[in-house]
Design a binder for this molecule. Sequence first.
Ligand SMILES: [Fe+2]
Ligand SMILES: [Fe+2]
Length: 258
Amino acid sequence: MPTKKFELFESFYQTYKENKIIKEKSFTPITLNKPSYDGLLNVVLPKEVKTRKYFDTIEGKASLLHTICHIEYGAIDLALDAAYRFNGLPQMYYDDWLEVAEDEIRHFKMCETLLKELGYVYGDFEVHTNLFEAMKRTQTLLSRMAIVPRYLEANGLDQNPKIMEKLKSNPDAMNKKILEALEVILEEEISHVQKGDKWFKYACELEQCIPEETYLKLLEEYYPGSTQKVLNLNFKARKQAGFSCDELKRLSNKKECV
Ligand SMILES: [Fe+2]
Ligand SMILES: [Fe+2]
């Protein structure tokens, strides 16, 4: 399934880069009710997805890689939907999200290759639809940018180093390869969050709202209680992505911006 999709994207993206695609202003995007992998993957409720905490067995490593593959796969769809769904924005907006889609495809392929090395394929483990649900629930530019790249992808910036630490404590050959992939992913995800930050602030400007207040309000609306948790944030990566020190201190309940 992914191969065909990636081929279609590649040829579309090539045409787009040659300036041959014109988006009609009156274009009405279709509503998506089901994720692109519906019927192809074993979809279960988030709480039913088994998480393996240890990466010292083949199954543990494969499960981790499968989880990342699925996040990347969902992220491909989200990046494409960001470009597809919102009309009348500056060219740079579409450039940004198609570039993200290209990155996410590369991330997916990197992890899928390692998964195959372990004798598994994408689809061997159950998956949830969290990312798709977030996409469905955010149908305005402001909410989409706040919730998808600036919240969910930014959460990934916090989680990634924690997984890297675990892998480093068990540095066998496969874990080293997974580590290398995670390093590439972390670096590039910073730029995705940064793009989300840029377009969230742009949407705020259009709607004349104050970004930091609006962000907290949206988080509470979409994920009640999420702004009250004490979070261990990746300050370094988040600052690079556009979060301010005040915001990070507020979100993490810390006094220092480090
Ligand atoms: Fe990614
Ligand atoms: Fe991303």
